[in-house]
Design a protein around this ligand. Structure first.
Ligand code: B1M
Length: 214
């Protein structure tokens, strides 16, 4: 469908107004939010990643593309929320300290919310101490961490250590993800779960928390 390639192009161009208008058109045409996201918005960001890698796009353009993508995402968020049914289990989520990439983390957060989890999204650049205090304060059953830089992956291990030091490690399941994170890395740092994408992340949290009381 042309609308998907047009939407991807608008993300690549960082054209927020065009992203908004095409997203609106796609919603009105009855295209599912999942398709708008995967075939339009994210496929555009995939291309942005390739252009950046090839040094054909630079940081300021990346930021503008991310803003444009987020504008479309904001419009489809309520459509995911309509499917929600509360299950009362609590998840604290964030992008780890030193890391400002928020798109993948926000998608995991959105999908968990749409499945009825009570999500406390701490945003980006979240320190181990902040994960610990949020988990403690909310009585969360799960801590979910995203990292997009090889240099920030070690913060995931530091956060697991901080949960242990604060007596929370056996009370929360820890799931990690993000482009450079692998299952092998997750196992090595003692995480309970790993997911390569936002849909698997939700399935993994559901599985991990199926044995926790509400
Ligand atoms: Co940055 N950046 N960036 N960047 N950026 C990457 C990640 C990079 C791979 C680009 C590259 O070099 N090819 C590279 C990292 C290399 C590495 O360490 N391995 C990189 C770099 C180097 C940097 C800077 C250091 C650049 C610089 O300043 N010189 C800098 C760091 C800033 C910082 O964080 N301190 C930087 C900055 C930025 C921007 C701010 C400009 C912008 C982010 C804007 C924003 O997020 N609001 C940005 C962007 C846009 C990217 C790329 C192009 C796209 C990232 C993205 O949003 N993808 C990225 C290239 C790439 O990934 N190919 C790149 C779409 C998103 C849906 O995918 O987040 O991977 P992703 O999420 C996936 C999965 O990973 C998974 O689910 C999603 C899909 O379903 N997932 C989880 C994510 N979190 C999960 C958590 C889970 C489970 C699954 O459980 C809890």
């Amino acid at each position: 469908m042309f609308i998907f390639s047009d939407l991807s192009r608008a993300v690549i161009d960082g054209d927020t107004e065009q992203v908004k208008s095409l997203t609106q058109e796609a919603i009105e045409t009855g295209i599912s939010p999942q398709e708008i996201l995967d075939k339009g918005l994210l496929s555009g960001m995939d291309e942005v990643g390739k252009l950046f890698q090839a040094q054909e796009m630079f940081i300021p353009e990346l930021m503008i593309s991310a803003e444009a993508l987020n504008a479309g995402l904001d419009m489809i968020k309520p459509l995911f929320a309509e499917e929600s049914k509360s299950n009362k289990k609590k998840v604290v989520i964030g992008t780890v300290q030193g890391d400002v990439h928020d798109i993948g983390k926000s998608l995991v957060s959105l999908m968990l919310g749409s499945k009825g989890f009570q999500v406390n999204d701490l945003g980006i650049d979240v320190s181990p101490a902040d994960f610990v205090s949020a988990a403690k304060a909310s009585g969360a059953q799960c801590v979910a961490m995203s990292a997009m830089l090889t240099t920030t992956m070690p913060v995931m291990k530091k956060t697991i250590d901080a949960l242990l030091e604060n007596g929370l490690r056996d009370k929360v399941a820890v799931i990690v993800g993000g482009a450079p994170v692998t299952r092998e890395f997750a196992e090595r740092i003692g995480a309970d779960g790993y997911a390569p994408d936002y849909l698997t992340a939700v399935e993994t949290v559901e599985k991990l928390l199926s044995n926790f009381d509400e």
